[in-house]
Write a protein that binds this ligand. Structure first.
Ligand SMILES: *[C@@H]1O[C@H](CO)[C@@H](O)[C@H](O)[C@H]1NC(C)=O
Ligand SMILES: *[C@@H]1O[C@H](CO)[C@@H](O)[C@H](O)[C@H]1NC(C)=O
Length: 153
């Protein structure tokens, strides 16, 4: 009993941090930049999104539908946003991957809740590599946990 509790506790401890990445950035096969924002909307607030980035002290809104807010003209026909299941939004930005500054901070806001991440240009992964990485690290962790549990029983 205690051992299986410990097992689930460890499983939780390992899986929860991986799931709390509210914003992630990667490069698609066609070189578009993808930003996934998994911030949960507040049920009581108007549903809206805003994607922006900053580097140094320059900040720019890439795409938003917050009423009254506007994105920079530069990005207007280069970006689009789609809804993710069960909640969240995905931004796709065309044509800026080659000219990213060294360090970029990506931000997203959903119904006023925000998430940020700072990534160096050279450390951006391709989107297919990200999902392979997540899958393999998950399989590793599961095998390790199952191994540990069997050792204790
Ligand atoms: C923003 O877009 C989402 C999804 O299309 C929509 O549900 C929401 O009502 C929009 N918000 C505003 C303020 O237009
Ligand atoms: C990029 O960001 C990292 C972490 O925030 C910082 O340590 C590093 O000095 C930054 N590099 C440049 C060139 O701004």
């Amino acid at each position: 009993m205690i051992k299986s509790l410990l097992f689930y506790w460890m499983l939780g401890a390992v899986l929860i941090p991986a799931n709390s990445d509210l914003i992630s950035v990667c490069i698609e096969d066609d070189q578009d930049l993808r930003v996934d924002c998994l911030v949960e909307p507040k049920p009581s607030r108007i549903n809206s999104y805003e994607f922006s980035w900053s580097s140094g002290n320059k900040e720019a809104v890439i795409n938003t539908n917050v009423s009254g807010a506007a994105s920079e003209a530069l990005f207007r026909d280069k970006s689009y946003v789609e809804e993710l299941d069960p909640h969240g939004y995905r931004l796709t930005l065309t044509g800026f991957t080659e000219t990213l500054p060294h360090n970029t901070t990506y931000m997203c806001k959903i119904s006023g809740n925000s998430a940020t991440i700072t990534i160096e240009r050279d450390l951006l992964l391709t989107c297919s590599a990200v999902s392979v990485f997540l899958k393999t690290s998950c399989i590793w962790v599961m095998s390790l946990l199952i191994f540990l549990q069997q050792m204790h029983c």
